[in-house]
Design a protein around this ligand. Structure first.
Ligand SMILES: O=C(/C=C/c1ccc(O)c(O)c1)N[C@@H](Cc1ccc(O)cc1)C(=O)NCCCOc1c(-c2ccc(O)c(O)c2)oc2cc(O)cc(O)c2c1=O
Ligand SMILES: [Ca+2]
Length: 476
């Protein structure tokens, strides 16, 4: 269903891609809880095929539903959900039940063996009776093929089979027992909506021992890559749950790369072809398209273009549309390389610098001040609508969120230097992009709002960050 199950006053989901469960638990307690984050999307929890050189996509090749991966085991997973829920941070699991591992010398991260060529996965168990007849997806304009044939050789489960439905429901309900708040359903486009409806209908209520109100249902985000032009559209899935809105990632990338003028963002939302706000999980980049070949392609912004990335992230977090998810990456030069390891196999834990940024091969975009301060901005403005939209006719824009927050952007190649209506009560505010509020002073810019709500806003075009943001919780 469509409710995120977030604790009140919190927003901002972060995808801690490839993090280990113990490290996520610590991050909930040390950083995400204290900074008002609402949830974490974790990497797949079920046993996956071990591939040579450990590419990141091996975790999308299930061997069984045993909770043993390079991120940890069931006990560590249970401890993570307990510790994160205790500080108001929810856990969402990336679940893969469209398919099982493809061919190749195959054993799993939990030691199970499998024989994809004979469609035998004893770790579940699944046999050839549980799979669709072997055929390859070659034509994305044939909806039957996209659902019933194999995606790049991955053995295609038949979710219309009652035994398969039972095993999938058992797997998801086990995670619900362990305290999760919802799921990111991988490759949903490759499964029939009717079958998904049956499976979702078999889910238990969330576990009230973890602080969920009784009767709560799992938040469902379905990965449906729909950039238009294919037989299958996201609207087939938005009645069942939310969907990953890839058009948001593509459009925000184009806008902040200067391909579309920022003034056009004044009607950001369904007018841009996005699904309804409460059905759209939105993001600047994700684990797949940040590597350039996923949906959105070359226009997707990543940590590799930091100024534009921070501006786009700030816009996403300042704007009321959709449910934002912040990508937290490991650095990569090769698009298939996996997470940092200590020995080529065991994932390395992130290490932290004195300024709270990460090192050791982890990028930790969620720990960039310009990003985590905008999660606090989103919390401060609540559901207030956009007001006081201003633009200069090209790439300088500004708007307020009711009378609780104000944000300005400059993507032109000259300074923004104007007196603008902020919508805020008179007073002195700290800009939370160039710095933060520290006791009774600002470590970055200070903005004085007059009794008429106007303030002089300066954003030099050569500044590190092309954004300025103030809100009522950063007021002196
Ligand atoms: O690049 C990749 C992996 C990409 C990938 C992985 C997980 C995702 O959630 C995702 O969205 C993409 N995989 C590499 C390497 C690879 C992996 C497995 C394999 O049998 C063959 C090759 C690759 O080159 N893949 C082909 C292009 C990407 O095609 C994939 C898609 C995909 C891409 C675009 C679409 O419009 C679409 O509907 C599906 O989804 C996956 C989902 C999975 O659960 C596992 C996969 O292997 C894949 C997947 O290969
Ligand atoms: Ca399928």
């Amino acid at each position: 269903q469509f409710d995120t199950n977030y604790a009140s006053g919190r927003s901002g989901m972060v995808h801690l891609f490839e993090w280990k469960w113990d490290d996520i638990a610590a991050e909930c307690e040390n950083f995400l809880g204290p900074n008002g984050f609402a949830g974490v999307q974790v990497s797949p929890v079920n046993e996956n095929a071990v591939k040579d050189s450990r590419p990141w996509w091996e975790r999308y090749q299930p061997i069984s539903y045993k909770l043993v991966t390079r991120s940890g085991n069931e006990e560590q997973f249970a401890s993570m959900t307990r510790r994160c829920n205790a500080v108001g941070v929810r856990i969402y699991v990336d679940v893969i039940f469209n398919h099982m591992a493809a061919n190749g010398g195959t054993y799993g991260t939990g030691g199970s063996t499998a024989s994809p060529s004979s469609k035998s996965y004893p770790g579940v168990p699944y046999s050839s009776l549980d799979f669709n007849p072997t055929c390859a997806i070659s034509n994305y304009n044939d909806a039957n093929q996209v659902r019933n044939c194999e995606l790049v050789g991955l053995r295609d489960l038949n979710q219309g089979n009652s035994y398969v439905q039972e095993k999938i429901a058992e797997f998801l309900n086990h995670l619900i027992d362990l305290g999760v708040a919802g799921f990111r359903v991988d490759a949903a486009k490759h499964m029939w909506p009717a079958d998904l409806g049956v499976i979702y209908g078999r889910l238990k209520n969330l576990n009230t021992d973890h602080g969920f109100s009784s009767g709560s249902k799992a938040y469902i985000v379905q990965e449906v890559i729909d950039m238009g032009g294919e037989a299958i559209s996201k609207s087939e899935y938005t009645g069942l749950g939310a969907i990953t809105e890839f058009r948001h990632s593509d459009s925000i990338g184009k806008a902040f790369r200067g391909k579309d003028q920022l003034r056009y963002l004044s009607n950001w939302g369904t007018a841009w072809g996005f699904a309804a706000s409460d059905r759209s999980l939105v993001f600047v980049d994700n684990h797949d398209n940040q590597r350039g070949h996923g949906a959105g392609g070359a226009d997707v912004l990543t940590y590799k273009v930091p100024k534009q990335y921070k501006m786009a992230s700030a816009f996403m977090l300042a704007h009321p549309f959709g449910t934002p998810r912040v990508m937290s990456s490991f650095s990569f030069s090769d698009t298939k390389q996996g997470p940092p390891t200590t020995d080529g196999h065991n994932i390395a834990s992130p290490s932290f610098n004195s300024d709270n940024s990460c090192s050791g091969g982890w990028v930790c975009e969620h720990r960039w001040r310009q990003i985590y301060n905008m999660v606090a901005f989103r919390n401060a403005v609540g559901s207030d609508a956009i007001q006081n939209w201003w633009d200069n006719g090209s790439n300088q824009i500004a708007f307020s969120r009711g009378s609780r927050g104000f944000v300005a952007f400059n993507n032109d190649n000259y300074d923004l230097n104007s007196s603008l209506q902020t919508g805020l009560p008179a007073g002195t505010y700290c800009d939370v992009i160039s710095g933060t509020k520290n006791g009774s002073s600002c470590t970055g810019k200070t903005v004085t709002v007059g009794s008429d709500g106007r303030a002089s806003i300066y954003l030099g075009n050569s500044e590190d960050d092309g954004v300025l943001a103030i809100h009522v919780n950063a007021k002196l």
